[in-house]
Design a protein around this ligand. Structure first.
Ligand code: HC1
Ligand code: SF4
Length: 574
């Protein structure tokens, strides 16, 4: 062990610990900008490029960056000397000298780490002025916007994209003053193999990477009396949106969220969870069929659109292994434009389906040509959790004070199995709850499959169903998914089913959720809330949802029927 003092406080740390890490141990905060430590998910960005975390070490003539400097025995560190504060201010001023000053109308206003740092350091003027970068914005995708002029070269997005997601889209483009992070040859995002997972957006400290904002388009629809505008909300939104209104992470606000949506003027408020229950009906049937020899094993879940893009781009030889089920978002959109339209006598062309998703890839998913019908999108417009927060603030909604209300009937009814879709491990657990009862014809008394839960990037578990032992794999984060796929490709995989979610933590850590600013405890609290919401439900198995049963009785026939296939299944494009 190594002994040192920081600001006069003795600290004992293991060899290899940085001064920044040692400081955290004794609750000393050193400001940083480029540094990102999501160690729970194996993510550390340690480029030491911003020079904001400079500190003084006794006996050293120069200041050192605390994020990369390792502790040594007997070290005496001071983090807040006039010299280190002055160096910090200069580093921030230099970043600001070249940064656009449009904070008031910037998409990251009040959420920007650079803005906060400047405020915390009391910067009131920038002593250095000069040329600014003038690169065009990339607005070519349905999911994200890249504004190179706001790039501070922290490389957080690059670490996320290349090391965690292993997508390899982002790196330094251009040289010297004009340098920024973007795709090789500065290609348009839409022309790259980007999965639109949005994890680069989730960790960008400024507005160099943000989501496509669809709120104005949605307001237009809501203000158009000729349209019947309905909304669906993803499982992970209800345990995170409260954070935008000052509530503790992990606060479940399902009822307030429904009231909030109604107050915005939606004609009906439906639940993507209903779509998730429907997905389980189809996916559990498909799994049982494949286990009975009809189709290839392992079967992979297919509800995460960034994951779908990833295997289409990177594993085009394995397109027959994912389930053919559309995602819950698209299943519900399809049911709204068909079954719901018929029941209500509305022309599908007059129905606008909006989705609130924790995810940026859902925006791109809704626009996929094979998921639209007769040029009429099944889901017309997707906003993120953050965008819903913006709309509610625009409308001066006092979120925390809202009464609790229920989703609209039928397509708003759901079970606990669908809620857990929002966390890593939840989709496969939901599928197992149903598959178990269908295969064994026995009641599953204990629905909590603890062995499928957790945060490890790759998890393995076995589940006994009748006389069969199923081997289940779970991965979150695309780099982890790649490892499981490579094993399938080389023939060494022995799994029967694999769940994959692109974002660390699953949808609760999605690129459209309230910014966590590098605090993984927030994602863990959201996960605990998801499991609590499952326990709160009377029904916890998808096939027990009475309205799902009604939908099959009245409209779809049986799971995997011809009609179910036509409406609820899809194909992949390599
Ligand atoms: Fe997800 Fe899904 S769980 S993909 O993370 O299968 O976005 O929350 O809506 O469609 O249900 C996202 C979440 C979401 C779908 C469901
Ligand atoms: Fe990489 Fe995902 Fe960002 Fe695309 S959205 S650049 S894949 S991190």
């Amino acid at each position: 062990m190594i002994q040192l003092t920081i600001n006069g406080i003795p600290v004992e740390v293991q060899e290899g610990t940085t001064i920044l890490e040692a400081s955290k141990k004794v609750n000393i905060t050193i400001p940083t900008l480029c540094h990102l430590d999501l160690d729970d998910f194996g993510i550390i960005n340690q480029t030491a490029s911003c020079r904001v975390c400079m500190v003084e070490v006794k006996g050293r003539p120069a200041l050192v960056p605390s994020c990369s400097e390792k502790c040594v025995d007997g070290m005496v560190v001071h983090t807040d000397t006039p010299r280190s504060i002055s160096a910090r201010r200069m580093a921030v001023e230099l970043l600001l000298s070249n940064h656009p000053y449009d904070c008031l109308v910037c998409p990251k206003n009040l959420e920007c780490d650079l803005q906060k740092l400047a405020a915390d350091l009391g910067i009131r003027e920038v002593r250095y002025t000069g040329e600014k970068m003038n690169h065009p914005k990339d607005q070519t995708s349905f999911a994200l916007v890249k504004d190179p002029n706001k790039c501070v070269m922290c490389r957080r997005c690059e670490t996320m994209c290349n090391e965690v997601q292993t997508c390899g889209i982002l790196s330094a483009v251009d040289r010297g003053f004009n340098v920024f992070v973007g795709p090789a040859f500065n290609l348009d995002m839409v022309d790259t193999s980007c999965t639109f997972c949005g994890q680069c957006v989730a960790v960008c400290p400024t507005a160099a990477l943000t989501e496509v904002n669809n709120t104005d388009r949605l307001w237009e629809h809501l203000n158009d009396p000729s349209k019947h505008v309905v909304v669906q909300v993803a499982p992970a939104v209800r345990v995170a949106i409260g954070e935008l209104f000052g509530l503790e992470p992990g606060t479940i606000t399902t009822g307030q969220m429904v009231s909030a949506l109604r107050s915005l003027g939606f004609d009906a408020v439906f639940d993507t969870d209903f779509g998730a229950d429907l997905t389980i009906m189809e996916e559990a049937s498909e799994l049982i069929e494949r286990l009975n020899g009809k189709g290839r094993l392992p079967m992979l879940t297919s509800c995460c659109p960034a994951w779908v893009k990833f295997f289409e781009h990177q594993f085009p030889d394995l397109l027959d292994i994912p389930s053919t089920c559309k995602s819950p978002q698209i299943m519900l959109g399809t049911i709204i434009k068909t079954y719901y339209a018929e029941r209500t006598g509305l022309n599908p062309a007059d129905i606008v389906v909006a989705s609130v998703m924790p995810c940026l890839a859902k925006k791109a998913e809704a626009a996929r040509p094979e998921l639209t019908k007769d040029h009429n999108n099944n889901v017309d417009i997707v906003i993120t959790t953050r965008e819903l927060g913006l709309m509610l603030k625009e409308a001066s909604v006092d979120y925390a004070a809202l009464p609790i209300s229920d989703f609209d009937p039928l397509l708003g009814e759901s079970t606990g199995a669908s809620v857990i879709f929002g966390t890593t491990g939840g989709v496969i657990e939901a599928a197992i709850r149903t598959a178990y009862e269908w295969v064994t014809s026995e009641t599953l008394e204990k629905v909590d499959f603890e062995q499928l839960r957790g945060f490890d990037g790759i998890r393995e578990a076995t589940v006994d169903i009748g006389d069969q032992t199923l081997k289940i794999g779970i991965a979150h984060g695309l780099g982890n998914a790649r490892k499981l796929l490579e094993a399938i490709r080389d023939g060494s995989s022995t799994f029967h089913a694999i769940e994959i979610m692109a974002c660390p933590g699953g949808c609760i850590g999605g690129g459209g959720q309230p910014y966590h600013h590098g605090n993984t405890d927030i994602i863990k609290k959201r996960q605990a809330a998801i499991y609590q919401e499952d326990r709160n439900k009377v029904l916890r198995k998808s096939h027990e949802n009475p309205y799902i049963q009604q939908l099959y009785r009245e409209y779809l026939g049986k799971p995997n029927s011809h009609k179910a296939h036509e409406l609820l299944h899809t194909y992949y494009i390599g």
